[in-house]
Design a protein around this ligand. Structure first.
Ligand SMILES: Cc1cc2nc3c(=O)[nH]c(=O)nc-3n(C[C@H](O)[C@H](O)[C@H](O)COP(=O)(O)O)c2cc1C
Length: 179
């Protein structure tokens, strides 16, 4: 079955390491016959949630940015792939802002399980990340956030993580293995 895959790029560099990882991933899933769309959060600005609650439940956000136009793409996607460079040991603020705005796709749950307040559309989800360092703990905070928020709380189904350490720095310093 052909799947609709929505990749959300939270990195800032159009030809950077994360973009290259996205390209490789996209080629693989396209070759397997699936449909891929990449949304750049540089080209589609999404601000953080204001916490005004005007969107509860499933109403549009009052903010005038690109998020409301992305809601239909999120709802139609079978798999949402979150992609980001590692910034200060976690996902980029752009990607975090995008996830905060899931507040307006939440649905009322009349009987939420312990620790939950609402329910969300059920989606497959994956995480793609790049970083300069490559220690065993390099992606720990990002993975923890992904697993706790996207998988345990929102309820997306984890389809895996591609965590590419040692990609070199954004100032042009090459990966450590090439120095
Ligand atoms: C603001 C900033 C913060 C960063 N923080 C980290 C970090 O905490 N750990 C790390 O290993 N690399 C860090 N890096 C390096 C990037 O994660 C790495 O170069 C990444 O592959 C860049 O992806 P891009 O080319 O898609 O922008 C940081 C880079 C920037 C610009």
């Amino acid at each position: 079955m052909v799947k609709k895959i929505l990749i959300v790029q939270g990195g800032g560099r159009a030809r950077g390491n994360t973009a290259q990882l996205i390209d490789a991933f996209s080629k693989g899933v396209c070759d397997a016959g699936h449909h891929v769309e990449v949304i750049s959060l540089i080209q589609n600005e999404v601000k953080g949630c204001l916490g005004c609650n005007a969107c509860r439940y499933e109403k549009l956000c009052i903010q005038k940015d690109c998020f409301n136009d992305l809601v239909s793409k999120i709802k139609e996607a079978d798999l949402i792939v979150l992609a980001s460079p590692l910034y200060f040991w976690t996902i980029s603020s752009r990607l975090k802002a995008f996830i905060e705005r899931f507040y307006c796709i939440a649905q009322v749950d009349p009987c939420p399980p312990l620790g939950h307040y609402e329910k969300y559309p059920i989606k497959d989800c994956a995480l793609l990340m790049t970083s300069a360092d490559h220690y065993f703990w390099t992606f720990e905070q990002a993975v923890s956030y992904y697993q706790f928020t996207l998988i345990n709380y929102i309820g997306f189904r984890d389809k895996g993580m591609l965590l590419a350490g040692d990609c070199g720095d954004t100032n042009g310093t090459p990966p450590k293995k090439n120095r």
